[in-house]
Design a protein around this ligand. Structure first.
Ligand SMILES: NC(=O)c1ccc[n+]([C@@H]2O[C@H](COP(=O)([O-])OP(=O)(O)OC[C@H]3O[C@@H](n4cnc5c(N)ncnc54)[C@H](O)[C@@H]3O)[C@@H](O)[C@H]2O)c1
Length: 353
């Protein structure tokens, strides 16, 4: 398998963890070095086969810098876990469009550099996969970059909650162009949605009748501020629908980002409540708090999606790649039963690599 060439759209916290992870996991020779990865080897590739060839942002603190420096600049507060040597990839300026929310406007300055020729850069760098890591409210900008990926002949990964892979019109456009698409809204490696679904599925499989449940999140990254400003409702709908898919019946569910707490920095606290009845209508409840750091939670899943999309490109698979969408995203073109997701993903990798 050759290397997979990636363009990063948005050099924020997720990009920081992604790029740091590429260095952290550069040597997988021992089991010890593989700790924290879901799939150290996937389709004959390791994370070292992922190569960043282009990156775009709008923040004057990031544009014009080497990616290794930009990931620790501006509002980024993902933890630094490794020194990243110079990459030789300079962050280019993209068009701002709707990338900046009201809350962020007072905290960053948009670079005065002219907008780069994005399709030309994608073509000249040989980018194969464009990974969209724009803020969650950047709906127009996400669509604009999806168009650039189509124009440049790249596969597109939409980590944001903007509807692209789950929109049949976009899916058709990628299918017509013979390119793979995956999205929308990345699932975390140890995320609150996955934990919530697993708990509900376990209880329901064991005969518990769930009566009501919620999952409320607070975080301190720029993304949490953007969510509070613009996408709380969309994110809540996506998460609630995803959680609902874990149960074979309808129940009162609320799941979604709730608030921004600046001193949490890139940390996220999730609060879960589940109430139900088991044998002879005996009541049970779960009331728990789950704490994580946001950006590293995207790293392992992005490594897997990137390699899975390279496999799709090699095999000339086109349109939304359903086993990849189901494995790694919350809002998918079609809902798969939770039990089949990992198996289907493994089968997809095995059959196509
Ligand atoms: N674990 C996770 O962190 C996780 C999980 C699921 C989904 N996501 C999604 O991933 C996306 C990225 O999250 P993040 O925490 O890195 O966000 P972030 O706010 O830290 O980073 C976004 C970056 O995009 C840049 N940007 C804004 N407008 C732009 C434009 N028009 N062109 C180029 N760059 C632009 C910003 O300057 C910033 O550097 C979000 O949509 C989030 O919902 C993240």
């Amino acid at each position: 398998m050759s290397q997979v060439k990636v363009a990063l759209i948005g050099v924020g916290n997720c990009s920081s963890s992604f790029v740091q992870g590429l260095n952290y996991y550069a040597n997988l020779s021992s089991k010890e070095n593989q700790i924290g990865l879901q799939n150290p080897f996937l389709g004959g590739m390791t994370p070292s086969d992922i190569q960043i060839v282009a990156a775009f942002d709008i923040d004057e603190n990031k544009v014009g810098k080497d990616v290794s420096e930009a990931i620790f600049s501006g509002l980024n507060n993902a933890p630094k876990v490794v020194d990243v040597p110079l990459t030789g990839i300079i962050v280019s300026k993209g068009p701002p469009l709707d990338g900046v929310s009201e809350g962020i406007k007072s905290k960053i300055k948009i670079s005065k550099k002219p907008d780069a020729d994005v399709p030309r850069i994608l073509k000249e760098t040989g980018a194969e996969i464009v990974i969209n890591l724009l803020p969650s409210g950047a709906v127009e900008a996400s669509k604009w970059y999806a168009n650039q990926a189509l124009n440049a002949g790249c596969g597109f990964v939409n980590a944001t909650p903007s509807f692209i892979a789950s929109d049949p019109k976009w899916e058709k456009r990628f299918e017509d162009r013979g390119l793979p698409l995956a999205g929308d809204d990345l699932i975390d490696q140890v995320g609150s949605t996955a934990l919530h679904k697993t708990l509900l599925s376990l209880l329901s499989d064991n005969g518990v009748k769930i009566l009501e449940t919620y999952q409320l999140d607070v975080g301190g990254g720029a993304e949490s501020m953007d969510t509070l400003d613009r996408t709380r409702k969309v994110k809540r709908n996506i998460k609630t629908q995803s959680v609902a898919s874990a149960l074979p019946y309808k129940v009162e569910i609320v799941a979604g980002s709730t608030d921004y707490v600046d001193f949490l920095e890139n940390k996220r606290d999730s609060y879960f409540w589940i109430r139900g009845n088991y044998f002879c209508n005996t009541p049970m409840q779960i009331d728990l708090k789950f704490s994580t750091v946001d950006a590293p939670n995207a790293g392992s899943v992005l490594f897997d999606v990137t390699r899975a999309m390279k496999i799709a490109l090699n095999k000339k698979l086109k349109g939304a790649i359903i086993p990849v969408c189901a494995f790694a995203f919350k809002k998918t073109p079609q809902i798969e039963p939770i039990k089949n997701i990992k198996e289907n993903f493994k089968k997809y990798i095995k059959e196509n690599s």
